[in-house]
Design a protein around this ligand. Structure first.
Ligand code: HEM
Length: 391
């Protein structure tokens, strides 16, 4: 974490890299929602922060004024690193998205489930007898890395490389864009090798699928294939690793919920949705491309909007007792997977991974608690990065 000038007022000078925001953003968002529902900061070259569900929804649906060509708030303007469909606007967005949907249907995920359960158990085997573990490092982060590598047809052993790139793009690259560019270059080089290889000798994996995919009878350009591969790797790992980590953090710090889930495993689907709502990992951004007004606030072109699905999910106007985690919450139309045309393509995979990870852990280790200091990631994706547990 870089040393940052202290925040004077969250409504007019917020900084999402401030340590207080990273550790516990919820009271800050509550305050902003009450005092100034669309906050603004001059930091990061000017950023708006809507904290109410309705305003986040309005921005997400308005692709005319708010573009996805920049989706991360950075210290300096980045060179374009396309990762379609997440960085595309209409009309280019739809074809790039449609091509990615079939590999992530619920049916496709069912086929992956036995692999996911076996993997979770292999990981638990390594620490079960020890009586302690870092649940973020030894468990949560490994599951999505290995499953997405399996789907893409990449070596599962390259996990450290993927995590290095993700940190460079989503964390270190926020304050030093050259780091994000360097990671994008390394990823392009890495994927190019596999694209050549699978063009020669196709397999039963997602890289081969993208090479074979057609839009209007035409193959996707190599840039499109590589961009989507970069996106799948980044979108598929950090997010779900954070989601799994937050579930485990909650269960480690709320023994009553943990005991209830062990006793009533049928609550798992509502519990996972509630964890997704309360600890939504992903905050995206949009660039204002045309001046517009929303809820009394004028949005100026060239500035960014921090699109906080996590803050929307804590809005009491949308969710009664928004700050309470209620594992059998009946109605829960949360925005953790986004809203509008960019809604998450991998939500079925994410739900599968989170459910399997929590179920298998509770089956093998039903009783656990925190064993030391927890650290949280900063920036676009929020989740525990160190999560020591004892059992
Ligand atoms: C808990 C885990 C996850 C969360 C919370 C999450 C969240 C999100 C959110 C909020 C968006 C919308 C972005 C925007 O509006 O700009 C999104 C888009 C996307 N996600 Fe996820 N995601 C997760 C897991 C995954 C996984 C496992 C994959 C695939 C491997 C994936 C692939 C994508 C893709 C391709 C998009 C872009 C869709 C588009 O632009 O049309 N995500 N995700």
């Amino acid at each position: 974490m870089s040393q940052r000038p202290p925040v004077k007022d969250w409504a007019t000078d917020f900084d999402h890299l401030d340590q207080r925001w990273i550790n516990d953003p919820f009271p800050i968002w509550d305050d902003m929602r009450k005092r100034c529902p669309i906050a603004h900061t001059d930091r990061f070259m000017g950023v708006y922060f809507p904290s109410r569900y309705e305003d986040v929804r309005a921005v997400a649906y308005d692709t005319e004024h708010f573009s996805s060509r920049r989706i991360i708030v950075r210290e300096t303007p980045p060179p374009r690193i396309p990762a379609p469909p997440i960085t595309s606007d209409p009309p280019e967005h739809r074809p790039a998205r449609m091509v990615l949907l079939p590999p992530f249907t619920p049916d496709a995920m069912k086929k992956l489930e036995p692999r996911a359960r076996a993997l979770a158990n292999e990981l638990i085997d390594k620490f079960a007898k020890r009586g302690s573990a870092d649940a973020a490092v030894e468990y949560a982060q490994e599951i999505p890395v290995r499953l997405i590598a399996h789907m893409l047809g990449l070596p599962e052993a390259d996990g450290n490389l993927y995590r290095k790139w993700i940190k460079m793009v989503l964390e270190d690259g926020i304050t030093d864009v050259s780091i994000a560019v360097e990671a994008a270059g390394e990823m392009t080089h890495y994927f190019m090798g596999y694209v050549h290889q699978r063009t020669e000798k196709p397999g039963d994996d997602l890289i081969s699928y993208l090479i074979k995919a057609r839009h209007n009878g035409q193959p996707l350009s190599v840039e499109n294939v590589i961009g989507s591969l970069r996106l799948l790797l980044i979108a598929g790992i950090d997010t779900t690793w954070s989601g799994i980590g937050s579930c485990i953090w909650h269960l480690a710090t709320h023994p009553e919920d943990r005991r209830r889930l062990v006793a009533e495993p049928a609550l798992m689907p509502t519990a996972i949705e509630e964890f997704l709502r309360a600890y939504a990992p992903v905050t995206m951004a949009r660039e204002v491309v045309k001046e517009t007004k929303l809820n009394g606030c004028t949005f100026k072109p060239g500035q960014m909007v921090l699109l906080s699905f996590p803050a929307a999910n804590r809005d009491p106007a949308m969710f009664p007792d928004a700050d309470k985690v209620i594992i059998d919450r009946k109605e829960n139309r949360h925005a953790a997977f986004g809203l509008g045309i960019h809604r998450c393509v991998g939500s079925n995979l994410a739900r599968l991974e989170m459910t399997v990870a929590v179920e298998e852990l509770l089956k093998r280790i039903p009783d656990f608690g925190l064993a030391g200091e927890v650290t949280w990631s900063e920036g676009t994706v929020r989740g525990p990065r160190k999560l020591p547990i004892r059992f």
